[in-house]
Design a protein around this ligand. Sequence first.
Ligand code: F0G
Length: 356
Amino acid sequence: MTARPGVIERYRAYLPVTEKTPIVSLGEGSTPLIPAPRIAAWAGAPGVKVFLKYEAANPTGSFKDRGMTMAITKALESGSKAVITASTGNTSASAAAYAARAGMKCVVLIPDGNIALGKLSQAMIHGAEVFAIDGNFDDALEIVKKIGAASPITIVNSINPFRIEGQKTGAFEIVDELGEAPDFHFIPVGNAGNITAYWKGYKEYHALGKCGRLPRMMGWQAAGSAPLVSGSPVKDPKTLATAIKIGNPASWQGAINARDESGGSIGAVTDDEIIEAYRALASVEGVFCEPASAASVAGLKKYVSSNSEFARSTATVVCVLTGHGLKDPDRAIAVSPKPRKVAASVEALLRELKIG
Ligand code: F0G
């Protein structure tokens, strides 16, 4: 238990736990839903009511904590002593933290050289056993599935159904705060667990009468790794948004169902469009997310440019910002003007500022 209730405490009635379940929580969830009128204008739809679900505010800096509190709690309840995950970074950071809190061993497989520094540092400091494989995320997940089947270690990738259960609470929070489901839900898509989970959450709340409508689910992949858009797995996915550099998503069918049942779509945005949105969020709204997260907002701009009726509307839109900008400081520095050198004097600085 934590002083601030985590998602299991907050949404206990909708999750597979009992009074006896030993909850492992770091006080995750209850993240800010930030109105973003300047981003709406930037996207070309000033009348659209855009909200940013800032999942960076979770304890390890990404949305993964919602699912991980459930996965580690259930692993502990079942007597498991160790967990394993393949990851593009955030899942490994979250698994390592929650496993540490539960006193469990954590094994992490990452694609060598392809995860952001902040995420790697988290897995390491929390004491996970980290293996960098000579392959991509999809290769790592295949290995994890085989190890999970052959040994008592618990897989905490989103193929673990408890991950999806925890992550669906994001949808609950949005409905609880807005008093209704949004018209559109924009979300980055990699392994496709999160779009599957949000859709499950919205549908469950709708069935309970907590909202009167369901949103259209608008998923966005990076153009160089967009298997759900092309309809077939991508063997060598490419994108600078390393979190969603995935060629064969585990929850493929969940994403397709979310798209088709909701009347939504899954599209692709280029790395340039992702970086443009990433910079805009930071510079016009003061919201710092990692590049993969900005795919949702890049997708919003793309959708606006292709749909003039939507652009002129007053629809309510939620964009999920899945991870913190500090996860990948190298990228922020690479796309920003460098600090200027100046002598340590008032006069020198005033000359540089061209005032006075
Ligand atoms: N955004 C971020 C920041 C992510 O880390 C991920 C996935 C996604 C979006 C996509 O979510 O996979 O549920 O469709 N990261 C996983 C990881 C794959 O290993 O950390 P998804």
